[in-house]
Design a protein around this ligand. Structure first.
Ligand code: SAM
Length: 298
């Protein structure tokens, strides 16, 4: 899924059929399990929420308690699909950019969500730094990642069918720009940016074809919810959801967009986002604010 124009360290979803190819009926359980977990950990209400690597906005119905919602993704294709679904709701803004360089003001969000995205990042400090910057004091970061220390990997390693050790901390790149992370590694990197873990939840405990064939997604999710308190003490699940918060002085610019060059406030117009200081306009293309292609002078 790589195109020549994307930086080499970005897993490029431009032109991808991710929604249709990946989110088939076979993944109803995973989708439902993520929704349950997110509903349990995400504060129900707030002023501004940013979903980083939002894709086609799969989970955006869970953000209905927020006044301003930023769906951010590198792929214009994904954002166009998100806009088809959510574009009539004025609370939504669609932003095409690299999530390691957000056009959001310091302390502009009281919630940041990142689901199924970390596994595409070779280096994770850059995005955590941005999350810590844009989160307002007391705000919540909801992060899902693929767990290297999951039961199947432990079994394969014990039976010598897998060369890498699921207990060692370094990420494992199992396909190009696809990484599994050890929970301790992720938590250490969050701590470096002042993000402290509040909650941890084992996710997708029953991601196993025979179980999915035997039980309905709703049944599996009910069982998962019952087991979650115990399973989350030391997650061995394929995926983990964390809630972290940032400690910083109070003061917020909730919902504000800023120029990625000078960090002054942007003015939103029909044609795009304008920086009066730089005299630059980031265009709105098909209703998506585009920070990928570069600005034009005005
Ligand atoms: C597996 S999809 C997940 C989409 C969505 N979060 C979901 O769970 O349905 C990964 C998404 O991350 C986006 N992505 C990956 N690296 C990115 C980056 N550096 N900046 C912005 N988006 C990125 C991709 O374009 C893609 O839409």
């Amino acid at each position: 899924m790589k195109h020549n124009h994307a930086p080499t360290d970005i897993c490029d979803y431009e032109g991808s059929d991710y929604r249709e190819r990946f989110w088939t009926a076979e993944r109803r359980y995973e989708d439902l399990a993520e929704r349950h977990a997110l509903r349990a950990l995400l504060p129900a209400r707030g002023h501004a929420l940013a979903d980083l690597g939002a894709g086609f906005g799969r989970l955006a119905d869970l953000y209905s308690g927020y006044e301003r919602i930023f769906l951010v993704d590198y792929s214009r294709t994904m954002l166009r699909q998100a806009r088809e679904r959510w574009g009539s709701d004025p609370r939504f803004t669609f932003i095409a950019t690299d999530i390691r360089r957000l056009p959001l003001a310091d302390s502009s969000c009281d919630a940041v969500v990142m689901i199924r995205v970390l596994h595409h990042l070779r280096e994770i400090d850059g995005v955590f730094q941005e999350v810590a910057r844009v989160l307002a004091a007391g705000g919540s970061f909801l992060l899902e990642f693929a767990n290297k220390r999951h039961l199947k990997a432990i079994g394969r390693w014990a039976l010598r069918r897998q060369p890498w050790n699921p207990f060692s901390l370094e990420p494992i790149e199992f396909a190009e720009l696809n990484f599994d992370f050890h929970p301790v590694y992720v938590e250490r990197h969050l701590a470096r940016q002042g993000l402290t873990i509040e909650k941890r939840r084992a996710l997708s405990l029953f991601r196993w074809a025979p179980l999915k064939a035997r039980f309905s997604p709703a049944q599996l999710c009910r069982a998962e919810a019952a087991l979650a308190p115990l399973a989350s003490l030391y997650p061995l699940s394929p995926s983990v959801l964390l809630r972290a918060r940032v400690e910083k002085p109070a003061g917020a610019a909730l919902g504000q967009l800023v120029c990625p060059r000078c960090r002054r406030t942007l003015t939103l117009e029909r044609l795009g986002a304008k920086c009066e200081a730089c005299r630059l306009l980031w265009p709105s293309i098909d209703g998506v604010l585009d920070f990928k292609g570069g600005p034009r002078p005005f």
